[in-house]
Design a protein around this ligand. Structure first.
Ligand SMILES: *C/C=C(C)/C=C/C=C(C)/C=C/C1=C(C)CCCC1(C)C
Length: 241
């Protein structure tokens, strides 16, 4: 571990790589690149119907890899304002793509585009209000609005229209949908924890001097973007068999 850290230190000249923020940006960047290569190189084994879903998985991790590259640099330079900007540009592109994934796998049960746009709309509200909370103050107010949009997304996929379609589809699709639902309920819940750790006004629900909010976000991104993609990938593999 010590040698690994020293090696990375040589590559990333400048900032202190032993700092968990820099370190997780570095590892996150590598993980997103590796996952993208994995998804893209697997595309040929799938027929048209499932290729799109796996392609979107790869796009999600690839878009993240590019943004992690920039965030890594900005974090090393101590420029947290730019980290936040890159972070939200990344999210506003990748989270709607995750909504597209829900739609793509439920298409077999007759999912309509209106369901996809509803999820995309909610995710945009969730992210734009979160960005306001991080950059303009009133973090509690904006965070609450963002949290409400998040709850509606959770409701829609667990109990709403998307859930009904998943039941109709049954089998492997239902199984994959359920796992994705758990990602959204548990994996996505890490983000508001990071938000509360990094913004003020929460009456010290979380110690702001503990893990920097970016460490929470980086861990959450690795779990959610790569994990989500792997669920889609294994569904496609099963369907292909
Ligand atoms: C790949 C990136 C993903 C899956 C990002 C997801 C982000 C969230 C679920 C963020 C949610 C937030 C709240 C629910 C309240 C506080 C503000 C946010 C934006 C951190």
């Amino acid at each position: 571990m010590k040698t690994l850290l020293t090696m990375i230190d040589l590559v990333a000249v400048g900032g202190d790589v032993n700092d968990p923020v820099n370190f997780t940006f570095f590892i996150g960047c590598m993980a997103m690149m590796a996952a993208s290569a994995f998804f893209f190189l697997s595309l040929n084994q799938f027929d048209k119907k499932w290729r799109t879903s796996v392609l979107v998985s790869g796009l999600i991790t690839f878009i993240a890899a590019v943004h992690y590259w920039y965030m890594r640099d900005a974090a090393m330079a101590g420029d947290l304002t730019n980290v936040t900007a890159f972070r939200y540009v990344d999210w506003i592109l990748t989270v709607p793509l995750m909504c597209v994934e829900f739609y793509l796998i439920l298409k077999v049960a007759g999912a309509k585009q209106s369901m996809m746009w509803k999820l995309i709309g909610l995710s945009v509200v969730m992210l734009v209000t979160g960005y306001f909370g991080e950059t303009m103050g009133n973090a509690v107010m904006w965070g609450t609005v963002s949290g409400l949009a998040y709850f509606v997304i959770v409701y829609e996929i667990w109990l709403g229209g998307a859930a009904k379609l998943a039941k109709e589809a049954g089998g492997d699709v239902l199984h994959a949908h359920k796992i994705l639902c758990w990602f959204v309920l548990v994996g996505w819940a890490i983000y508001p924890i990071g938000y509360m750790a990094g913004t003020t006004g929460w009456y010290d629900v979380l110690p702001t001097n503990g893990l920097d909010m970016n460490v929470w976000y980086n861990i959450a991104d690795a779990i959610n973007k790569i994990g989500f993609g792997l669920v889609i990938y294994s569904l496609a593999v099963k369907k292909q068999a």
